[in-house]
Each structure stands twice: as C-alpha cells, then as structure tokens.
Write a protein that binds this ligand. Structure first.
Ligand SMILES: CC(=O)N[C@H]1CCN(c2c(Cl)cnc3[nH]c(-c4cn(C)nc4C)nc23)C1
Length: 278
C-alpha cells in the first residue's frame, strides 16, 4: 500500500480515525490522522446503500468534482477520496476552529469588525467560485467553518451532514434563499449576493432577516423583501446600507461582489488578514 499512497490511492489503512464531528442522512464526519504524515483531516464517510437509496450518485459526483477543483483560502479543500465495498470516504480539510454557527449562537451576535471580516472573506470566496462557474454554494451558518486562526472556510455539505451540536434551524430552511429560488424562477450567481445580505444581517443581529415560526411565513417575507432593522443591538447605518443593497428583489440590481469589497463599511471594518475572532 506504500506505492498506492504515493499515487494518491488512499485506503482506510492510511488513517487513524478520531472523534465524530457530524452525522447526517448519508453518513458521518470524523477527525482523522494520516498515519505517515500525521496530517489531520476530516474524513467524511458516506454509505453506498444510502447513496443508491436516495439516488444521489450524480449530485455527489458533481459536488466532489466541484469541490476538488476549487482551491481558495476560504473554501474547505477536498483532497481526495477512496471507497471500499459499502462506503465512500472523502478526505477533507480539517477546520480546527469548528463552526462559525456555534460562535454566533454562543455570542448572540458578532461585532461589526468580525461581521465585515467574514462577509469580505465570503465575497472573496464567492467571486472565486463564480470565476470557476460555480454558483449557489449552499452558504448558511452551518456550512461556515473556522480554521485555527479564525479564518472562514465555506464547507458545502450538499448532502446534508449535520454536525453534532444541536441544530436550531430545521434542515432545508428557506431563510438563506433568494426570492427567485423560493419562487422556483430562473436564477444566476447573484443568488449568492442575496445570501451574503442574509448572512450579514444574521451576523449583526443574531437571527436571519426573514425568520418566521412557519416556513410559509418565511417564504412570504422573502418574496416581499419584508426587511426591518430592530433598534437592538445598535448597528451602524453603513452596515444597514450594505444589507439593503444586497437584499434587493431584482437580482440585476443587487450590489456586485466587486462593489461590496469597496463598500465604506467593509473598507472601514474588515480585517484584511480575514481573521479576527480571538
Ligand atoms: C455542517 C457540518 O455538518 N459540519 C460538521 C460536519 C463536517 N464538519 C467539519 C469538517 Cl467537514 C471539517 N472540519 C471540521 N472541523 C470541525 C470542528 C472542529 N471543532 C473544534 N468542532 C467542530 C465541529 N467540524 C468540521 C463539521
């Protein structure tokens, strides 16, 4: 198996498996260590019978092809994969800082500097994905991880692996979807610009802008762009200005990622190193 590893043909023998990080319909994710290099990775295990049952081969292959070609500091790397008789193993970058979602829930809301830093990192990552013709990365707080320096990593769990920490948002939430998506209309990469507005709002206020008890009410609030800014926590007018330029029904009128990077709130608050949660 020495040669096998040399040619990137991995097998379970190359890894020591650690604690589970998350689980879901299709499998689980574990911390793992590559035996020879001692390199820490996240190993996602998917069961073939589940993949057959839910007929997601094509989606899984597309996700794997996309994620293995994307190489950006704010996109979680997929290093490779291997399989055995009944499982497929994805070798993913391990984010030492865990889920941004957890920090957001713990803290209630983030500071303007933290929020602007993460929005700038996301805009950078999305501009890169769009340049590779990849759109609609399923960006919601669950899919945002932090590395050991607090730098953001988009981890796209297209096949919904939920983490161990209790989820507050039920799976398949509409909160982050643009009107044209929830109305099943044609959509382009500007759906991601809308989602940036939702995330920026949620970082600053601790809850997404169109949240409602029932999914149908969320749907109505999204299509109406029923946006309001509560008095607490106090948020700068520049931040509200940026959010209002992203949460625009007409997708052609949404602030572009390029213009977002030059927005006064981002210039003033974003940490150029992309990290600032201590
Ligand atoms: C959205 C989702 O399912 N996330 C789960 C599964 C994969 N995943 C990770 C993936 Cl895919 C990569 N790196 C991670 N690091 C962690 C993590 C680290 N700490 C200290 N706590 C956690 C949790 N998790 C991952 C976490």
């Amino acid at each position: 198996e020495k040669n096998a590893a040399a040619y990137g043909q991995w097998s379970l023998k190359n890894f020591e498996i650690g604690r589970p990080l998350g689980r879901g319909k299709f499998g689980r994710v574990y911390v793992a260590r590559e035996v020879k290099s001692k390199y820490i990775v996240a190993l996602k295990v998917l069961f073939k019978e589940q993949i057959d049952k839910y007929r997601i081969h094509h989606q899984l292959r597309r996700e794997m092809e996309i994620q293995s070609t994307l190489k950006h500091p704010n996109v979680l790397r997929l290093y490779g994969w291997f399989d055995d008789d009944d499982r497929i193993f994805l070798i993913l970058e391990y984010a030492h800082g865990g889920e941004l979602y957890g920090v957001l829930r713990e803290r209630g809301h983030l500071t303007e500097r933290e929020s602007a830093t993460y929005i700038a990192s996301l805009a950078n990552a999305l501009a890169y994905c769009h340049s590779q013709d990849v759109i609609h990365r399923d960006i919601k707080p669950e899919n945002l991880l932090l590395d050991h320096e607090g730098r953001l990593k988009i981890a796209d769990f297209g096949w919904s692996v939920q983490s161990r920490s209790k989820r507050h948002t039920m799976c398949g939430t509409l909160d982050y979807l643009a009107p044209e998506l929830v109305e099943n209309k044609a959509h382009d990469y500007t759906v991601d610009n809308w989602t940036l507005g939702v995330l920026c709002y949620e970082f600053l206020y601790g809850a997404p802008p169109f949240e409602a008890a029932m999914q149908h009410d969320t749907f109505k609030r999204i299509v109406k762009v029923d946006l309001s800014f509560p008095p607490n926590p106090p948020v700068s007018k520049e931040a509200k200005d940026l959010i209002s330029r992203l949460l625009v029904k007409d997708s052609a009128k949404r602030l572009s990622l390029k213009k977002l990077m030059d927005h006064p709130w981002i210039i003033k608050n974003a940490d150029p190193k992309g990290a600032c949660i201590q």
